[in-house]
Ligand binder design. Structure first.
Ligand SMILES: Cc1ncc(C[n+]2csc(CCOP(=O)(O)OP(=O)(O)O)c2C)c(N)n1
Ligand code: SF4
Ligand SMILES: [Mg+2]
Length: 294
């Protein structure tokens, strides 16, 4: 595809506070690459996050951004998509945000199928709050909140997403930015809720699940793997620890999106009709809308 864009258009001037070597840097780069490759300009996308190290990402991109509360980016993103279906809405948050405190929203986004992309920076730990175990921490994982080793079995996000009815489920690895950019682009193109679980080393607090730990276990799904085969996807969803599959594990392109089923949206974008958007924005056209919120 010929693109109008350069990934540098997404660069932000905000000071970056991630630790050197953090997997989040590669996720940021890959998201910029994916948007550039898909010819989606900064004003055409909205990146919504929660709270956490990874959730600082919208600040580090020149794009419409919204940092919500811990665990709440999915409902906010769904609302934004309903108000302005023309916007490319992307949620980026951590494993604690997405699968812990936001787990309920995760489940219901899977079955609701809004056309939003959900990138989870899964470092198997709470990074921002300095290293407590998270829902994806492995059994026996030693942290400040599990000094004798975690006694809860870890959540398998891919398996949960399949069971909850998600229509696009993928996993990628922050140590492989090209694979990550390609998977994120596929997820953005998918019409419906798409989950991209990213194995993201936290070099400061997670000394177990390191780049090397992942490299020794990850493998790419074979060329003849069929992601529309639900039974095959279920089998791969339970592969963890010794062998971890990367790629698009499941997809179902037959399910209508949430927006397609919302009656008022059949008349077009609510935002466009509220603002009576014109090709050339008129001076002050956003003022009445702003007044409604002030
Ligand atoms: C309602 C609420 N509960 C708890 C917190 C404290 N808190 C902030 S970030 C966080 C966990 C972050 O972990 P994760 O989502 O995995 O992101 P990471 O920092 O690992 O990228 C917690 C518990 C909060 N800010 N708000
Ligand atoms: S604490 Fe971990 S997740 Fe947070 S910025 Fe540092 S390396 Fe990244
Ligand atoms: Mg985390």
């Amino acid at each position: 595809m010929v693109t109008r864009l350069d990934a540098k258009m997404f660069d932000s001037e905000a000071e970056n506070t991630w630790c050197p070597g953090c997997g989040d840097f590669a996720i940021l780069r890959s998201l910029k690459m994916a948007l550039t490759d898909l010819d989606i300009a900064p004003h055409e996308a909205l990146v919504v996050s929660g709270i956490g190290c990874g959730s600082k990402l919208p600040d580090y991109m020149h794009v419409n951004g919204y940092m919500t509360m811990h665990g709440r980016p999915l409902p906010v993103a769904t609302g934004a998509k309903l108000a302005n279906p023309d916007l490319q809405v992307i949620v980026v948050d951590g494993d604690g945000d997405a699968y812990g405190i936001g787990g309920n929203h995760f489940l219901h986004s899977c079955r609701r199928n809004p056309n939003i992309t959900h990138i989870v920076e899964d470092n198997q730990i709470y990074g921002l709050t300095k290293g407590q175990y998270s829902p994806t921490s492995d059994l026996g994982f030693v942290t400040t909140t599990s000094p004798d080793g975690a006694i809860e079995r870890s959540l398998l996000p891919v398996a949960v997403a399949i069971a909850a009815g998600a229509t696009f489920i993928a996993r990628t690895f922050a140590g492989d930015p090209r694979h990550m950019a390609a998977v994120i682009a596929e997820a953005i193109k998918h019409q419906g809720y798409s989950l991209v679980d990213v194995l993201q080393p936290c070099v400061t607090f997670n000394r177990v699940n390191t780049y090397d730990w992942y490299r020794q276990r990850v493998y790419k799904l074979e060329d003849d793997y069929d992601p529309t085969d639900l039974d095959a996807a279920r089998a791969r969803a339970y592969e963890w620890a010794d062998r971890i599959p990367l790629g698009v594990i499941y997809r179902n392109d037959e399910v209508q999106t949430y927006e397609e089923q919302v009656l008022p949206l059949k008349a077009g974008s609510p935002l466009a009709s509220t603002l009576k958007l014109q090709a050339e924005p008129a001076p002050g056209q956003y003022e009445p809308l702003k007044e409604q919120f002030l």
